[in-house]
Write a protein that binds this ligand. Structure first.
Ligand code: ARG
Length: 463
């Protein structure tokens, strides 16, 4: 059944129908479509546009459709153009002529704008919940590894010693910002387009404040042309999801490196690894690789929608139907990736011994040796040169700065004394870095306390 056809004399070409139809994917928001319709008729009856009785009949019909879809007794047929036609057709079939009044004062343009917003809003909240779970996992790893020393890298070269807690803490900050972005989007998008009509509002005395509040919005959108054609919130959401994927991908890349034979900083659990069909020894980090790989797909969705929107004149145009598959796919991808990565972290083993060993063997304490000289009155630039020579010597001797005899130190600079070993020990190097944000356990403990308080905070939609 079609919602239009009166002015047509011929049937739609089958290929055109197939090309035009969105039921294959917009069935995903049947719940939101029905919820929006119930709010709409509730408002229509309060405004005297429908009678109380007509409203009850329609609401009952819509609820029975909802129930049958959920039970699996009502299937989405391909003969319908979209979810809106599907629901309306079934309503009319079930309740007769009264059902034909549902669409009074409404267009599919404001209807689809509403459905997509309701759906996306729920997904923003769901994604935030998954990010929060991931943060809880990271927080746990941080709490347990305040003193797990490891090398920190720049240019993928060992740079200075840090702790595993500190390294995980960097990702904690990233995902925290990702959650903040989701909250921002929620607040900005939370205006109800219903009542915008096709583009120019309607002549009925609709109460847009009422439908907005029935549907949990902060109020109605303030321009009906914008109301039906705004897809900014989807672009913002895709952008936020792209950033989430970028973070997940960086984490994945590091885990892949850490899981390699060369690093052995972590070992993936068997339940989160896969094997090779030919090489019996292999245990591959496919999950992390897939997360890294799927990042491109989410970026692609963002570029795609930006491009779709750039040339569309006001107000609604069918191009906008393209938003759905992109956003749905991105949502599924990102939610899947967060969940899997969280599971992977929870199950993997951190090889603390390997991390500490690695930090010791990469001259990560060279800056601290220079700082030692500075503390004894040597200008930093000279200290840098002196320690550079010591490092060269150690490389020749294949030893660490910690193992170089004091005489050798003193040959290059008499300033060095026995306490140099204490000054460049891993413990000193890390634990003395205690300005806020640094890896020292004291500074990290304070950050962890702040994180714990942050994790208890309510989100914008909870207050
Ligand atoms: N399936 C359409 C979409 O997703 C629904 C709106 C159709 N409106 C219209 N005037 N044809 O955008």
């Amino acid at each position: 059944m079609k919602l239009w056809g009166g002015r047509f004399t011929k049937e739609t070409d089958q290929l055109v129908h197939n090309f035009n139809a969105s039921i294959g994917f917009d069935q995903r928001f049947y719940r939101q479509d029905i919820r929006g319709s119930i709010a709409h008729v509730t408002m229509l009856s309060r405004q005297g546009i429908l009678t109380e009785e007509e409203k009850d009949i329609i609401v009952e019909g819509l609820n029975s459709i909802l129930k049958d879809i959920e039970d699996g007794t009502l299937e989405f047929g391909n003969e319908y153009e979209d979810i809106h036609s599907f629901v309306e057709a079934h309503l009319i079939e079930r309740v007769g002529d009264t059902g034909k009044k549902l669409h009074t004062g409404r267009s599919r343009n404001d209807q689809v704008a509403l459905d997509m917003k309701l759906y996306t809003r729920d997904e923003v909240v769901a994604m935030d919940g998954l990010l929060k779970e991931l943060l809880e996992t990271l927080e746990q790893v941080m709490e347990e590894n305040l003193h797990t020393y490891m090398p920190g890298f720049t240019h993928l070269q060992k740079a200075q010693p840090i702790t595993l807690a500190h390294h995980m803490g960097a990702y904690f900050e990233m995902f925290k910002r990702d959650r903040q972005r989701l909250s921002d989007i929620y607040v900005r998008m939370n205006r109800c387009p219903l009542g915008s009509g096709a583009l120019a509002g309607t002549t009925y005395p609709l109460d847009r404040e009422l439908t907005a509040s029935l549907l949990g919005f902060d109020g109605p959108t303030l321009n009906s042309m914008d109301g039906v054609s705004d897809r900014d919130y989807l672009i913002e959401f895709l952008s936020a999801m792209s950033t989430i994927m970028m973070h997940l991908s960086r984490f994945s890349e590091e885990t892949i490196l850490w899981n390699s034979n060369e690093y052995q900083f972590v070992e993936m659990d068997d339940t989160y690894s896969t094997g090779s069909s030919i090489m019996p020894q292999k245990k591959n980090p496919d999950i992390a690789e897939l997360v890294r790989g799927k990042t491109g797909r989410v970026y692609g969705a963002l570029m795609s929608l930006l491009t779709t929107m750039k040339g569309i004149p006001l107000a609604y145009n069918k191009d906008m139907q393209e938003d759905k598959e992109l956003v749905f796919d991105a949502i599924d991808t990102v939610k899947g990736c967060i969940t899997l990565l969280n599971g992977m972290i929870k199950t993997m083993t951190f090889r603390k011994d390997r991390m500490e060993e690695s930090a010791k063997n990469g001259f990560t304490n060279a800056t601290d040796a220079a700082d030692y000289l500075v503390n004894h009155g040597v200008p930093f630039r000279d200290a840098h040169g002196i320690v550079g020579q010591l490092v060269l010597l150690c490389i020749e001797k294949k030893i660490a700065l910690d193992d170089l005899p004091l005489e050798e130190y003193q040959k290059i600079s008499p300033v060095f004394q026995e306490d140099i070993y204490e000054a460049i020990s891993m413990k000193t190097c890390v634990e003395k870095r205690n300005t806020i944000g640094a890896p020292g356990a004291e500074a990290m403990s304070q950050v962890i306390r702040e994180n714990q308080a942050y994790l208890k905070e309510k989100n914008v939609w909870e207050s």
